[in-house]
Design a binder for this molecule. Structure first.
Ligand code: HEM
Length: 490
């Protein structure tokens, strides 16, 4: 018999590794995992996935493996839920089991399981409940959240007026306005748009957001986890902490227990009430992290949705005109839009829903994890496994939204022009982890968009036919392609 060549030995080792890994995959957990492509040790399915457009790769895999399948991002096992039935069954019908937060490496290191987004268990339940209650306005000062948004929308309109019909990129004005709404809720007041402290805060949050994206990929692809990428993150995080800690100190000095002015006051009062409870989750670290979470989760999301919305309306002036007509009929020109108007504005409501559906802002959702070994359909998913609820698969379902790749407000209107709800409308996800800021975001989008359109007609510097509204592919938040617009006073 011929001696084995080096290549043969190498091949034998590779095949053995593959068989071993494949056996481990099947054995880990006491039952059968959902199916999926063959994964290689260490690199998992990385080579089989288009990491620049993971949502597209996931879509293609679902055609082969069905609505529940397993992939390996590096050595991280991920079960993907694809389609309305699978997402609903998991996040709603088996809500408790699927309510864990999946691991994001860098965020885990910095947040250390504090705050709302990255926490789990009892801590998460308590902090989440508190944030929801506070954002809903129970116990937060004299000014309602709606008034805070209206106030900011006025400042935004004035800023847009000052562009004097010249083309501009709306990214910064929208980011500043949305971020200022969170400032008003958290710190009690807004900042001037040129306030240096405010601009620093936004810069730090934006950089943090960008690095959070790396964080997600850190977990998945390890290619971005170089120390060089982590250093600025640590630096910005420390600066953000100092900024918020200063505000907390100022709040403590002027706190009136009977009259909370904002989120920080409400949290400080809760800390006071729970002083005797050694297990309390209401401490400075969780205050700090919850505050940062509201900034991180609440700025880029709403402002990017509004930016998509403006681009889409530039592309379809006929749709913009119908919204103008509805605004003129229901609100007129002499008072500000308010939330009570929305129920009388089915067309505008449908346009906003369609914007959120079409832009598919968080295509893969935010990673969940199962909190215990979980029987799901005919499978067993081991405790701690990361779950991707593919929101894109629900928002783009052609059974509910005929021609889902087209922008059509008719997706949310019945034959009489009344607003039509849909169970497939889940841009904020669903179940126990559903976005804490859903109510706030929906108010922001409605009030800011209607206020802009009450005051201006949008005009594109290029022919609307040439505008491409397709969102740029992304794992975390899908942005529109960069664009400019002019706003003409009405
Ligand atoms: C258009 C705007 C927004 C969209 C599309 C959006 C979407 C989402 C999604 C998909 C999640 C993940 C839910 C899950 O884990 O299943 C989420 C979580 C979250 N969002 Fe939003 N969001 C928006 C605006 C906001 C705003 C304005 C705030 C802040 C006030 C906010 C705060 C949060 C928080 C704190 C979480 C974590 C919830 C938890 O882990 O329990 N979001 N959001």
């Amino acid at each position: 018999m011929e001696p084995l060549g080096a290549t043969t030995v190498f091949l034998v080792i590779c095949v053995s590794c593959l068989l071993f890994f494949s056996a481990w995959r099947k054995m880990s957990g006491s039952g059968k995992l959902p199916p999926g492509p063959v994964a290689f040790p260490i690199i998992g399915n990385t080579l089989q996935l288009n990491t620049r457009n993971l949502p597209q790769s996931i879509h293609e895999l679902s055609a082969k493996y069905g609505p529940v399948f397993t992939i390996y991002l590096g050595s991280l096992r991920v079960v993907v839920l694809y389609g309305q039935e699978a997402v609903k069954e998991a996040l709603i019908d088996q809500g408790d089991e699927f309510s864990g937060r999946g691991k994001l490496a860098l965020a885990d290191k910095l947040a250390k399981g504090t705050g709302i987004i990255f926490s789990n268990g009892e801590r998460w339940k308590q902090l989440r409940r508190f944030a929801l209650t506070t954002l809903r306005n129970f116990g937060m000062g004299k000014k309602s959240v709606e008034e805070r948004i209206q106030e900011e929308a006025h400042f935004l309109v004035e800023r847009l007026r000052n562009t004097h019909e010249r083309p501009f990129d709306p990214t910064i004005p929208l980011t500043h306005a949305v971020s200022n709404i969170i400032c008003s809720i958290v710190f009690g007041d807004r900042f001037d748009y040129d306030d240096q402290k405010f601009l620093t805060l936004i810069k730090l949050t934006e950089d943090n957001n960008e690095l959070l994206l790396y964080s997600q990929w850190d977990t998945c692809m390890w290619s971005h986890s170089s120390p060089a990428k982590q250093t600025p993150f640590h630096f910005h995080y420390t600066e953000l902490r100092i900024f918020v800690l200063e505000r907390v100190k100022m709040h403590k000095e002027s706190l009136d227990l009977s009259c909370p002015r904002d989120f920080i006051d409400a949290f400080l009062i809760k800390m006071e009430q729970e002083q005797q409870n050694g297990q309390s989750e209401f401490n400075t670290e969780n205050l700090l992290r919850s505050t940062l979470d509201l900034f991180l989760a609440g700025t880029g999301t709403s402002s990017t949705t509004l930016r998509h919305g403006l681009l889409i309306l530039l592309k379809y002036p006929d749709i913009e005109e119908k919204v103008h007509e509805e605004i003129d009929r229901v609100i007129g020109r002499s008072r500000s839009p308010c939330m009570a108007d929305r129920s009388q504005m089915p067309y505008t409501d449908a346009v906003i829903h369609e914007i959120q559906r079409f832009v598919n802002l968080v295509p893969m959702g935010v990673p969940h994890a199962v909190t215990r070994d979980t029987h799901f359909r005919q499978y067993v998913i081991p405790k701690g496994t990361t779950i991707f609820p593919a929101l894109q698969s629900v928002l783009g379902d052609s059974r509910e939204f005929p021609k889902p790749e087209q922008f059509n407000p008719g997706h949310f209107l019945d034959e009489n022009g009344a607003f039509k709800k849909s169970d497939f409308f889940i841009p904020f996800s669903a179940g126990k982890r559903i976005c804490v800021g859903e109510g706030l975001a929906r108010m922001e989008i409605f009030l800011i968009l209607t206020m802009i359109l009450q005051n201006f007609t949008l005009k594109s510097p290029i022919d609307p036919k040439d505008i491409d509204i397709t969102p740029l592919p992304s794992v975390v938040v899908s942005s529109p392609k960069p664009f400019q617009l002019c706003v003409l006073p009405r």
